[in-house]
Design a protein around this ligand. Structure first.
Ligand SMILES: Cc1cc2nc3c(=O)[nH]c(=O)nc-3n(C[C@H](O)[C@H](O)[C@H](O)COP(=O)(O)OP(=O)(O)OC[C@H]3O[C@@H](n4cnc5c(N)ncnc54)[C@H](O)[C@@H]3O)c2cc1C
Length: 494
């Protein structure tokens, strides 16, 4: 067991008062002395491997050191030490797939990289998942038992950020947010204590962790509800550029007609700045393949098509295939989101604005080899069991899954010098789309945290009452605000 000596701590506290300068280095030295091989220093092979495992180039910051804990106790030791240093900034990294630079990594500070805590243990009705696992690890562990979970739709995505931000799964139209299928969170609090949060023990923290992300501690294990399931039907369909309006009409109809709880997925408009071409596509799944295509027929029937990747397979096979595409060529990626009620016209209007402006933006930064995407998808239903609330602010009587749509605007590019330009374009797009939805009277305040940009405030979108509850939980479990002040990345409560 690693214990900090009182000598270490008094040294730390004395030095903190004196100055913050040089503190990350001191913290790293101390961490090395207590966690030895779990601390990775710059230039080492393991440090470089951790940095290059971030999927987007903009996330590859260079911390003073990386701590790669192997157990919850290691996490506790690290948190105790970092709390003692007060001014050492630190970041928590799960799968590293949040596109906001500085949310899962830090310059001049310490990154806690959870990737080594990735074991998945399958029990009766439950999968106990280490917080550094990726969704592929989970599917690979549960599917041999003919079981599945509410998980990510791309295997390379991390369990931790996904679940603490919400989590939209193949099965979400029928079964809700993935975080609502978490039975228990094991978490290291700011005090270093390792505790459990579930429906009966610390229910306030349990609800806060479903949407409050890194504001309360470092989650070390998720216990997920499993359920029996076989293959699903789904995949990507590529359409000819001229099919874009028909695809928007089909998705609008899909949203406005009878709700189909087995129909999941999204439609995307992509612009390639190098070839100056548009490519609409759909990525859809039907979880009851024997009844396919159900309401998805509205979109799968659109033409002309240029590619049809629909197949019947286990979720884990689909997630593995998608990971290969995402991992192919690492680039810079930034994104933002907004939410609105469906109307007969709103998708068409948003798409028309994007289609007119996006080639001009890409032309301005053509040297950065840009691409851009506009994606529309649905939100899951809220938990209808009052005793297990999440933090998103939808009442059990509301039906966001039926009439709300959220969009993602994404820029993908190579050259770092184009970052400010694309960030400004992202802000302008969101402003234009929110003006449009406001004008039509369909704007909604909710923002899906896992696709929100740094400049957005998804926690405020949960509503003042939920925000106040989240602040209360943060004050209770982290009275000195370690996760507000020292963990600088992520959406903060204060
Ligand atoms: C290719 C791709 C596909 C995606 N598909 C989906 C999808 O199907 N459905 C969906 O809902 N979302 C999807 N997302 C969005 C995804 O949910 C977020 O990117 C999410 O943040 C990924 O989790 P992560 O662990 O990889 O995140 P990270 O980037 O590692 O972390 C995200 C945030 O969570 C915090 N965090 C990480 N680990 C912990 C921990 N152990 N304790 C406390 N806080 C922690 C971090 O500090 C950070 O602020 C996708 C994203 C990408 C890039």
């Amino acid at each position: 067991m690693h214990l900090l000596t009182s000598h270490h701590l008094s040294w730390i506290i004395f030095s903190t008062v004196a100055t913050c300068k040089g503190f990350p280095t001191l913290a790293c030295n101390l961490l090395s002395s207590v966690l030895s091989t779990s601390v990775l220093l710059p230039e080492s092979e393991a440090y470089n491997a951790s940095i290059t495992s971030y999927p987007f180039l903009n996330l590859r910051l260079h911390p003073t050191c990386i701590v790669r804990p192997k157990t919850a106790q290691d996490v506790s030791t690290a948190v105790n030490l970092l709390r003692g240093t007060e001014c050492t900034k630190f970041a928590i990294r799960g799968g590293g797939h949040n596109a906001n630079a500085g949310f899962n990594n830090v310059e001049d500070g310490v990154t806690i990289d959870m990737q080594s805590i990735n074991a998945v243990e399958v029990g009766k009705g439950v999968a106990r998942v280490g917080a550094g696992a990726l969704w592929q690890d989970v599917y690979d562990a549960v599917e041999p038992h003919n079981l599945t979970v509410l998980g990510g739709r791309i295997g390379a995505v991390g369990v931790a950020g996904f679940l603490t931000g919400g989590g939209i799964s193949f099965f979400s139209p029928e079964r809700g947010w993935a975080c609502d299928a978490v039975l228990n969170f094991e978490i290291v609090l700011a005090s270093g204590e390792i505790v459990n949060a579930n429906a009966t023990s610390r229910p306030d923290l349990f609800a806060a962790l479903k949407g409050g992300q890194n504001n309360f501690g470092v989650v070390t294990r998720f216990d997920l509800k499993t359920f029996p399931h076989g293959p699903i039907w789904g995949g990507k369909i590529g359409f000819a550029p001229e099919a874009d309006a028909a695809l928007n009409s089909a998705y609008t109809k899909f949203k406005m007609e009878k709700y189909d709880p087995y129909a999941a997925g999204w439609i995307t408009h992509r612009y390639n700045g190098s070839t100056k071409t548009f490519a609409p596509s759909s990525t859809l799944w039907y979880t009851r393949p024997e009844l396919k295509p159900g309401a998805l027929g509205l979109m799968t029937g659109v033409g002309p098509r240029v590619m049809n990747g629909m197949q019947t397979a286990y979720a884990g096979e689909m997630t593995r295939n998608y990971s290969r595409i995402v991992r192919a060529v690492p680039r810079r990626t930034i994104w933002a989101t907004t939410t609105f009620h469906i109307s007969p016209t709103i998708l068409h209007r948003i798409h028309a604005v994007w289609k007119e402006i996006v080639p001009k933006v890409c032309e301005t930064y053509a040297y950065a080899s840009p691409a851009a995407e506009l994606t529309f998808q649905s939100l899951p239903p809220p938990p209808r069991n009052q005793s297990h609330p999440n933090s998103f602010g939808f009442a059990p009587s509301e039906a966001p899954e039926r009439d709300l749509v959220f969009l993602q605007v994404v820029f993908i590019f190579m050259d770092a010098s184009a970052t400010t330009g694309f960030e400004n374009a992202l802000k302008e797009f969101i402003k234009m789309f929110e003006d449009l939805t406001e004008e039509e009277g369909v704007r909604h305040k909710y923002l899906y945290l896992n696709f929100a940009a740094k400049f957005q405030d998804p926690l405020a979108g949960y509503g003042e009452e939920r925000m106040e509850r989240l602040r209360k939980v943060a004050r209770k479990y982290d009275p000195n605000g370690v996760f507000q002040k020292q963990v600088v990345g992520g959406f903060k409560l204060f």
